[in-house]
Design a protein around this ligand. Structure first.
Ligand code: PXG
Length: 295
């Protein structure tokens, strides 16, 4: 059976899953999204993802035409119909079909799209040997222009950074904020280990408040590791004992080189490996405070 895509209350075969070329999501990047994981048929931290989606929508004056419960049900249905247990869920809410011109008031009905797909992971060797990343010249969006906390359909800032990283042979790229501080990568948050403590940039550094980031901070605290959200410079990263990235797609992935500097021993370090294992356990656990299961 062809993949079934949810669009505003109906399921369509992939070939017929289409929205208008007058949708402001396409014309202006006017909309919001979430990238979510499911493990063993359970959606990882669904409530947190829905909260963030609703917060992103609120920030752009977009009213999502469903309740959070209805959205959760639509997500679980889409997973079930597609027989996806371990997969990737993309939820998109666009401003909807309108007219040419920016005015969102011309868009009567936001469109809700849910795609449940298999997950394309990074190659296994990245988890075993670690990634090399570089700092790119593209600066993270200035929070006063477009807050990085909004997961909007305007991802050009990150795409330009990703291109620069790819051109240098790196699949992830580190972005600095308008103050020259470390913010995050194009689709992942960054952590370092310094004198045994786990450090990551705070919200004020202009980051997306990652749900994997939150989970990893919780796991670290439970394991007795000191965790601090604190501004970081490139220098802090270069001299770190360890470095890793977190994100729904990547989960926890070690970094062993930044701007051609070897981090720590040039191999995934003990804290990183411990947190990777703990995160893996968390995704397998049936804990309902961890994963919300509506079935
Ligand atoms: N920063 C940015 C800019 C992101 O886009 C993260 C950090 C990590 O957040 P989470 O909540 O995932 O831990 C992201 C996440 C996709 C895709 O399909 C993008 C993300 C996650 C999953 C899929 O492009 N971005």
């Amino acid at each position: 059976m062809a993949p079934q895509i949810y669009i505003s209350g109906e399921l369509y075969d992939k070939e017929n899953a289409k929205i208008s070329v007058f949708d402001h999501g396409l014309l202006y990047g006017d909309g919001v999204f979430e990238g979510i994981r499911s493990y063993g048929g359970k959606v990882f931290r669904l409530e947190r993802h829905l909260d963030r989606l609703w917060e992103s929508a609120k920030a752009i004056w977009l009213e999502i035409p469903l309740t959070k419960d209805e959205m959760a049900e639509a997500i679980y249905n889409t997973l079930a119909v597609n027989g996806v247990k371990d997969g990737y869920i993309r939820v998109v809410v666009t401003r909807g079909e309108g007219t040419l011109g920016l005015d969102p008031n011309r868009c009567a009905n936001p469109e809700v799209i849910i795609i449940a797909d298999r997950i394309a992971l990074y190659p296994k060797e990245y988890y075993e040997n670690g990634l090399e990343i570089i700092t790119v010249s593209v600066m993270r969006n200035h929070p006063a222009a477009l807050s990085p906390r909004i997961k909007s359909l305007n991802y050009l800032n990150n795409i330009l950074a990703k291109i620069e990283g790819l051109q240098a042979g790196c699949i992830e790229a580190l972005m600095l904020n308008h103050k020259g501080e470390v913010s995050e990568c194009t689709g992942d948050n960054i952590f370092i280990v310094r004198r045994g403590a786990l450090l990551t940039p705070p919200n004020e550094a202009g980051i997306l408040e990652g749900i994997t980031r939150d989970a990893v901070m919780e796991l670290a605290r439970k394991a007795g590791i000191e965790v601090r959200e604190t501004p970081l410079t490139k220098h802090d990263v270069y001299v770190a004992e360890e470095c890793f990235l977190t994100g729904s797609a990547a989960e926890v992935v070690p970094v062993i080189k930044v701007d051609a500097r070897t981090i720590g021993g040039g191999k995934p370090g003990p804290v990183t490996r411990d947190l990777m294992a703990r995160f893996h356990e968390l995704t397998k656990s049936a804990d309902s405070s961890n994963c919300t299961n509506h079935r």
